[in-house]
Design a protein around this ligand. Structure first.
Ligand code: PMP
Length: 413
């Protein structure tokens, strides 16, 4: 590893905060990663020197705003190795990317067609397809998971049929951190004549998304999970498909010609981007991609995997802690529960110690149902976290386990 992560925290002033009188230990990066100065600065430059609407005006500010946003699109094209910038659609995040795609699919899906997702999807890659099927009379199917929390690939194979129009699956599970065999999923789907969409929201920071190498047809991700602004994201689509798919939203900016009786649409990507976009946000998202590239995704992966392994070791050593899911290949997140304590209680007691973790259903209720759970506590270290912070997490949990012993054993505190 060539990147020196010891100084990286200087780029994230928020990490110096005190919470409840303690130094903040921010371990909720799967929900939202903190934003580096470099992204804030890129947004500030845009606001201070280029702020104007894009793709409309012919005055100086509008043109410089447009060219900077389109330069940002090119940066994101390179970030995911798309063939063309026309394949990069700016959205407000993975949720909008997936909803938009599902809405466009509504025009090409017929009763009896099938959409295949997996039980481990975030609701954002589950509900849009489920609702699409309800509206269109298509069949909605979800591939089950094994006891370890991995995709049941045998089931996936057997659930593909000649009517499967699309397979949409997470690259990495936001609840268990399971890294899915996406190459195999793409291969099987394509052999079957089905299209493939990958929800890459939890993969992007530590996995190089190369859409050409993966050969996926669509991919979605959110900016705020890689240090970009909230309300930003991308839908990648293979150009020939984007050319055929109808737009999901209509209005200004996405048309070629509007007449009383009909409208023709602009070419992708603008066909899918109606209204004034999140210009500053999109420019910030490109700055985040540049920041991640400068650190090096492989180095980030190595560092984050080491942190996750350490967290797993520390938490596995606590007898009252039950790790949820044991996939062979895990990245980004670790879920657990403390015996006889509700996950909200654990998270709020950790918060008293200045430690931020996520708790609840993580928008993955079908997976929790399959595992017979209501919720989990989720820890998700980023490259700027330290091994000492993980020690603090383990010590905090030990303290919580100790002070709640009476209650957990059925006695009053
Ligand atoms: N998919 C996955 C796997 C996620 O983890 C998330 C965010 N938790 C989303 C989709 C939705 O992302 P956003 O809220 O940024 O739209």
């Amino acid at each position: 590893m060539s990147t020196d992560f010891s100084t990286v925290r200087e780029d994230f002033p928020i990490l110096r905060m005190k919470v409840n009188g303690k130094s903040l230990v921010y371990l909720d990066n799967a929900a939202t990663m903190q934003m580096p100065r470099q992204v804030m600065e890129a947004a500030e430059v845009q606001q201070l020197s280029r702020h104007a609407n894009v793709h409309r005006g012919i005055h100086y500010l509008s043109e410089s705003s447009t060219s900077e946003m389109e330069r940002s699109r090119d940066t994101l094209r390179d970030f995911i190795n798309a063939r063309s910038s026309a394949e990069v659609i700016f959205t407000s995040g993975a949720s909008q990317s997936l909803n938009m795609l599902a809405q466009s699919f509504a025009a090409i899906i017929e009763p009896g067609d099938e959409i295949l997702v997996t039980v481990m999807e975030h609701h954002s890659n589950f509900v849009p397809w489920q609702q699409l099927c309800l509206y269109t009379g298509a069949a909605f199917k979800a591939v089950p998971v094994t006891e370890n929390g991995e995709l049941d690939m045998e089931e996936l194979r057997s659930m593909l049929t000649p009517r499967t129009r699309l397979v949409s699956a997470a690259y990495v599970s936001n609840l268990l951190g399971t890294v899915n065999p996406v190459r195999e999923i793409v291969r099987l789907a394509h052999e079957n004549g089905s299209l493939v969409c990958l929800d890459c929201a939890q993969a992007m920071r530590h996995t190089k998304l190369d859409v050409q190498e993966l050969d996926c047809d669509f991919a979605a991700f959110s900016g705020h999970k890689i240090g970009g602004p909230t309300g930003t994201g991308v839908l990648y689509g293979r150009l020939e498909l984007l050319e055929k798919l109808p737009p999901a939203y209509f209005g200004g900016g996405m048309v070629e010609r509007v007449r009383l009786e009909d409208t023709t649409f602009a070419a992708p990507p603008l066909k899918f981007e109606t209204g004034t976009p999140n210009i500053t946000g999109n420019i910030g998202l490109a700055a985040a991609a540049r920041y991640i590239n400068a650190l090096g995704i492989e180095d980030i992966a190595e560092r984050e995997n080491a942190l996750l392994r350490r967290a797993t070791e520390l938490l596995s050593a606590l007898p009252e802690v039950e790790i949820v899911g044991h996939p062979q290949n895990r990245s980004g997140v670790l879920s657990f529960n403390v015996r006889c304590l509700h996950c909200f209680d654990v998270a709020s007691m950790l918060d008293r110690l200045g430690i931020a973790v996520r708790s609840g259903h993580h928008c993955a209720q079908p997976l929790l149902d399959a595992m017979g759970l209501d919720g989990t506590v989720r820890v998700s270290p980023a490259f700027y976290n330290t091994f000492e912070e993980l020690d603090e997490l383990a010590e905090g949990l030990e303290r919580i386990i100790k002070v709640t012993k009476g209650a957990r054993d059925g006695n009053h505190l």
